[in-house]
Structures are given as structure tokens and as C-alpha cells.
Design a protein around this ligand. Structure first.
Ligand SMILES: [Zn+2]
Length: 323
């Protein structure tokens, strides 16, 4: 049937009709809220991410209660250690900032799923995602450090671990370390297709993790590639990933869609700092209608095929979405 018998506009006539034929709906149960945690007390707004704060681990309880009350099912923790060194040793200390944070959330009997980001760039003095050898990332030596980090996160009570460094073999190394230490029940959310993206700029400000020299292009993916993303995703699944991730989200919706078509594992998408800051800046300048833009972007990420979305907008979405 074609025009004039078929008229596509018939189903767009009223809000009720539009609602009935709406194909994608966001739920607050889809969201994961990222938290940047430093030792001690207090809270600091991140200059390039207005409305997003770094939080002191000793002041975490109220924030966790609020997130839980809003119906958000999970938090993802990033640590800002007091000391950094060449191998990122604060990342696997029993009293490291993330280990303390997980313990305090668990002591609160929170029902939130606690996801620990698993990388070294926030903990190394050079800002790269692992151990360096002659100025280059030493892949296999880094795996040994990640294995130590993951065990310390598991001991603290992490519900999920999320390796984000794009180190070859990291999922396998982490799975083995977890299993050897009796943590075979802890799932891995792998940052499988993580691109070397300009959209991470504000995060580096938030996590104080900008590389001191060079960049991350030798381990993160080259933005023009999508078939390579599918290989990375398959490798991580073969190594034992339970959830795979595409990061960033907005400029990579095609990657999410391809991943959705070609794999049956749950897919997470990271609505990254630059995607947040871009909307905030444009809205402040009066160039975009803020709430509609946020909703459109997040809906698009879900429509592309993401099962869950890591987003700085999670708390705000809780106020507009039905539970
Ligand atoms: Zn990293």
C-alpha cells in the first residue's frame, strides 16, 4: 500500500497514538551511574563537567542512598588515589580508595550492583594504562598487575569488574585470577570496543588521568574501524567476558548496532564525558534544548542496541523516567 491509501502520519497524530507505536523506551533500570572517588571527605565539582562531582570516600553513604532510592541499579567506581607511581600500586592496595569505597557501600547493605573500573591510568604517574618498558606499554607485565588489582577488588566485595585498558589478553588474565581465588561468581564487563576518542577529554580532567606523554592510540581502537570492533568483542567473549561494551556511544551507534546483530551477550554503552559536556555547553549557550537533547541521545543509544547505559545523566533520568 502506498500514498494516498497509506498515510504514515496517521499514527503520529496524538501523544496517545505516538506512545502506542513507540519502539524504544528508556527505563531507569537500564542505567549505571559513574562515580569518581577520592580519599577523605568532601565533594568537588569537575570544571569541564558541570553538575558532576568527585566524591570523598568518607562521604559516600548519602550519595549511595540517593542513587538507590532513585531506582538506578548500579554504580561504576573510578578511583583517584592519593599517590601515583610507575606501576599504579595504589590500585591493588587493600586500603586503596576503591577497595575502601566498595567496602563502605557493602557495609551499608546497599542493593546496588557495584562495578569496579579496572585500569591503571588513574594510578600511574605517567598516566598510561599499564606498566611501561622503554616508554612503551608492556602488555604482558600489565596483565600481572591487573590480576592483582582484580583480586583486591573482589576481596573488597565488587559485584562486577570492568577492565578498560584495552590490554590484549586482559579478560582471560582477570578471569583466571578471579577463578583461582574463589571468585568464579564475579562477572566481567569488558570494555571490548574502546576507541581512542577525543570525547574522553573531560573524563581525564575528572579522573586526573591524562597521559603525561604520548597518547593511547597503540592500545585503544582507531575510530574509523568497525570490523575490528567485532573481532575485539569476539575475543573478549572467547576469553570469558559476560558483558561487552562499546565506548564512546554517540559517535559509535553503528558499532553498537553491529555488535547487537552479531553477538548475543549483553551490551553496555558508555555515554562518555565529552557527550555530556557537549550537551551541557551547548545548552548553556542557548544553542540546544537541554532535556530533549539528553532524552534523544540516550534513547538513540538504546535504540542502537545497548542493554545498559553508563551515563552521568542517570540521576537526572531517574526523575523523568518511569520506574
Ligand atoms: Zn586506562
Amino acid at each position: 500500500m502506498i500514498f494516498p491509501e497509506y498515510r504514515a502520519r496517521r499514527l503520529r497524530k496524538t501523544p496517545a497514538l505516538r506512545s502506542l507505536v513507540q519502539e524504544t523506551r528508556l527505563s531507569i533500570r537500564d542505567f549505571i551511574y559513574p562515580l569518581f572517588i577520592f580519599p577523605g571527605k568532601g565533594k568537588q565539582e569537575i570544571p569541564s563537567m558541570p553538575g558532576v562531582y568527585r566524591l570523598g570516600v568518607e562521604d559516600l553513604a548519602g550519595e549511595i542512598k540517593e542513587i538507590e532510592k532513585l531506582g538506578i541499579p548500579a554504580v561504576m567506581l573510578f578511583g583517584l588515589p592519593k599517590f601515583k607511581d610507575a606501576v599504579g600500586s595504589e590500585a591493588y592496595k587493600e586500603k586503596g580508595v576503591i577497595q575502601q569505597a566498595v567496602r563502605s557501600i557493602k557495609a551499608q547493605k546497599s542493593s546496588l550492583a557495584v562495578i569496579c573500573d579496572l585500569c591503571l591510568c588513574e594510578y600511574t604517574d605517567h598516566g598510561h594504562c599499564g606498566k611501561l618498558e622503554n616508554g612503551e606499554l608492556d602488555n604482558d607485565a600489565t596483565l600481572e598487575i591487573l590480576a592483582e588489582v582484580v583480586v583486591s577488588q573482589a576481596r573488597a566485595g565488587a559485584d562486577l569488574v570492568a577492565p578498560s585498558g584495552m590490554i590484549d589478553g586482559q579478560v582471560q588474565a582477570i578471569r583466571e585470577a578471579l577463578d583461582e581465588h574463589g571468585f568464579e561468581g564475579i562477572p566481567i564487563m569488558a570494555y571490548s570496543a574502546k576507541y581512542a576518542s577525543a570525547f574522553y577529554g573531560p573524563f581525564r580532567d575528572a579522573a586526573q588521568s591524562a597521559p603525561q606523554f604520548g597518547d593511547r592510540k597503540s592500545y585503544q581502537m582507531n575510530p574509523p574501524n568497525v570490523r575490528e570492533a567485532l573481532r575485539e568483542i569476539q575475543l573478549d567473549i572467547d576469553e570469558g567476558a559476560d558483558i561487552v561494551m562499546v565506548k564512546p556511544a554517540l559517535a559509535y551507534l553503528d558499532v553498537i548496532a553491529r555488535a547487537r546483530m552479531e553477538c548475543n551477550h549483553p551490551i553496555a554503552a558508555y555515554n562518555v564525558s565529552g557527550e555530556y559536556s557537549m550537551i551541557e555547553a551547548a545548552a548553556r549557550a542557548g544553542f540546544l534544548e537541554r532535556e530533549r537533547t539528553i532524552m534523544e541521545v540516550l534513547t538513540a543509544i538504546k535504540r542502537a542496541g545497548a542493554d545498559m547505559i553508563i551515563s552521568y545523566y542517570a540521576k537526572e533520568m531517574a526523575k523523568v523516567l518511569e520506574k
